[in-house]
Design a protein around this ligand. Structure first.
Ligand code: MFK
Ligand code: FAD
Length: 497
């Protein structure tokens, strides 16, 4: 009889993730029993119904319809079926709402991101609009604009799919995404309100109902500080477009289900969120939340790739037995597992610190640690995600390179993680910025000391102790480069990694 290889199978993504279970048992000992059925349910969907939809939907892509049949400009975006299911599921399970409902106080972020971790790789990057919605909610609250909070927060955090909104984050322009100081979008006063004119060059999830956007109020000076942060809704009450046109959707290497548009703002009505300057500083709350999501999604993507590779290693035989019994293949998988465990723990430490801040329970040292751990987590896990996805694909041999196995998507979707929300270099420079205030380095050292002390098995203290030694070197290096900004910038990535 001819041989046919049995394909990799995914198990319930909560039940088959011992690290996640152990972590939650440690962090939420009093609450896990209450939320475990939901985690298990999402794990079942992720490995079952959603995965089947994802596979069936593999070749579907969002479509931009610029005009209706009668020539009217409509700019609708037709989404893929999985995206519609993802929008419902995300609202119903409170994937954005939980940290604002705060059922577990400071630990609510852990619950939210654990649910996300379980299901995210089966949502075809619907995490992108969710991350930006969470970021927008956090930003409106941090900037304390009561009217906008009252209008948008109930929508962004709604558990009713018919009421829930998502938000865009419109920063990048043709002039730059890392450096937004050359932003060409202009805000012009129109009576009591403002209108935006310009082009946003990468606008993801163009279907969002609102956005936070950078623009330069007319007459403001050039440079970053002359930008302001604006709130706008994408449709008017009539349903007509709020002065926007979709020029086209980008044709991208990955994230193919995510509509990312080149967007024209042609007099879009908008409202300043926090004054008429300092837009970059004001959008920082959003950046820090979406960077956290990026880290958790990176860890989740690694776990997905690894779960499939591990299962395949039991099914695929070579040289007389299953691949899993070949010592070198088993060692390769173990290496990947340690990468994903590190990524998971780093991302969730950032989440825990954000949760403390949001509950008003963070100490001064924890606030400083949050500011450094967030870029560190984003830049590290983004790089790991690409390397792990690449190695995991190799674990399938040629099958990993063949589209209808569904595996190449893992690598394509991972490749965006180090690029958007700040490239590796930009985040390394952000780390220098975050380390500048007095107390930041001791706060980071405190994190590592706590990690070393918490290790139950003494052999597990070694990585934290090694990191502490690295931090001492970093301190010495920062001292040496105090008067040499170019050397400091050149070494920023080495320092961070
Ligand atoms: C998988 C799903 C998850 C993710 C989905 C997301 C999809 C969306 C995709 C996107 O990519 S959206 C666009 C994301 N864009 C970026 O991430 C921009 C990358 N560039 C940077 O982050 C630059 O560092 C930055 C634009 C911030 C540099 O601008 P400036 O004008 O040179 O900044 P400057 O002067 O250093 O900082 C201005 C103020 O902001 C300073 O405060 P002060 O005025 O008090 O001194 C900074 O300290 C503050 N700041 C900057 N970054 C901050 C911050 N504060 C807190 N946290 C930060 N991260
Ligand atoms: P550049 O800034 O030109 O960077 C080019 C290279 O220069 C990079 O390697 C970078 O690390 C390096 N570099 C830049 N500055 C420095 C420095 N000072 N020191 C050392 N190296 C440096 N943006 C939005 O605003 N909203 C969105 O919804 C959105 N969605 C996106 C979706 C996708 C799929 C992608 C790929 C991008 C999206 N972006 C979005 C844009 C994204 O945030 C930017 O592409 C990113 O921030 C990098 O900006 P850039 O493309 O202009 O690259």
């Amino acid at each position: 009889m001819a041989f046919f290889q049995s394909p990799p199978q995914l198990q319930n993504t909560y039940a088959a993730d011992p690290l996640l279970q152990e972590y939650l048992a440690l962090q939420l000992p009093d609450a896990l029993a209450r939320f475990e059925p939901e985690l298990r349910h999402l794990g079942e969907l992720a490995a079952g119904e959603l995965l089947r939809l994802q596979e069936a939907d593999r070749c579907a892509e969002p479509r931009h319809v610029p005009f209706d049949a009668w020539g009217r400009r409509v700019d609708t975006i037709e989404l893929t079926p999985l995206w519609k299911a993802a929008a419902r599921l995300a609202a119903e399970h409170g994937l954005v709402a939980i940290p604002y409902e705060r059922p577990l106080g400071a630990r609510s972020r852990l619950l939210q991101l654990a649910l996300l971790h379980v299901v995210e790789p089966s949502l075809d990057v619907y995490s992108c609009p969710l991350a930006m919605s969470d970021g927008a909610a956090r930003t409106l609250l941090d900037l304390a604009h009561p009217a906008l909070v009252a209008r948008a927060l109930p929508r962004l955090t709604s558990r009713d799919p018919a009421r829930a909104w998502t938000s865009g984050q419109w920063m990048t322009e043709r002039t730059g995404g890392s450096d937004v100081s050359g932003t060409e979008t202009v805000a012009r006063q129109d009576g009591a309100g403002w209108r935006l004119w310009g082009t946003k060059w990468f606008s993801s999830a163009t279907t969002a109902e609102m956005a936070l956007a950078l623009a330069r109020p007319e007459g403001n000076p050039a440079g970053g500080r002359g930008l302001a942060l604006f709130y706008l809704e994408t449709r008017l009450a009539s349903g007509a477009s709020n002065g926007m046109v979709v020029h086209r959707l980008k044709e991208k290497l990955g994230t193919r289900k995510l509509p990312t548009a080149e967007l024209g703002l042609e007099g879009a009505a908008a409202e300043p969120v926090a004054g008429l300057t300092e837009g970059v500083k004001h959008v920082a709350s959003m950046l820090n939340v979406t960077r956290l999501w990026n880290s958790v999604c990176a860890a989740a993507g690694m776990q997905r790739a690894l779960a499939l590779a591990r299962d395949y290693a039991r099914r695929r035989h070579a040289f007389g037995g299953p691949l899993l019994e070949r010592p070198l293949h088993a060692d390769t998988l173990a290496g990947l597992e340690s990468e994903r465990e590190g990524a998971f723990l780093l991302a969730f430490r950032a989440a825990a610190l954000l949760g403390l801040r949001e509950a008003g329970e963070a100490s001064a040292a924890e606030l400083l640690a949050l500011r450094t751990v967030t870029p560190l987590a984003k830049l590290t896990t983004g790089k790991q995600a690409v390397a792990v996805a690449s190695e995991a694909l190799e674990c399938f041999g040629g099958a990993g390179y063949v589209e209808d196995t569904g595996l190449p998507r893992l690598l394509r979707d991972a490749q965006v993680l180090p690029i958007w929300e700040g490239t590796t270099n930009v985040l390394a420079l952000d780390l220098l910025r975050a380390l500048a205030p007095e107390g930041a380095l001791p706060a980071l050292a405190g994190e590592l000391r706590a990690a070393a002390a918490a290790a139950r098995d003494p052999s597990l203290r070694a990585p934290a102790e090694a990191a502490l030694r690295a931090l001492e070197h970093a301190l010495a290096w920062l001292d040496r480069t105090a008067g040499a900004p170019a050397a400091r910038e050149a070494g920023a990535r080495r320092l961070a990694l």
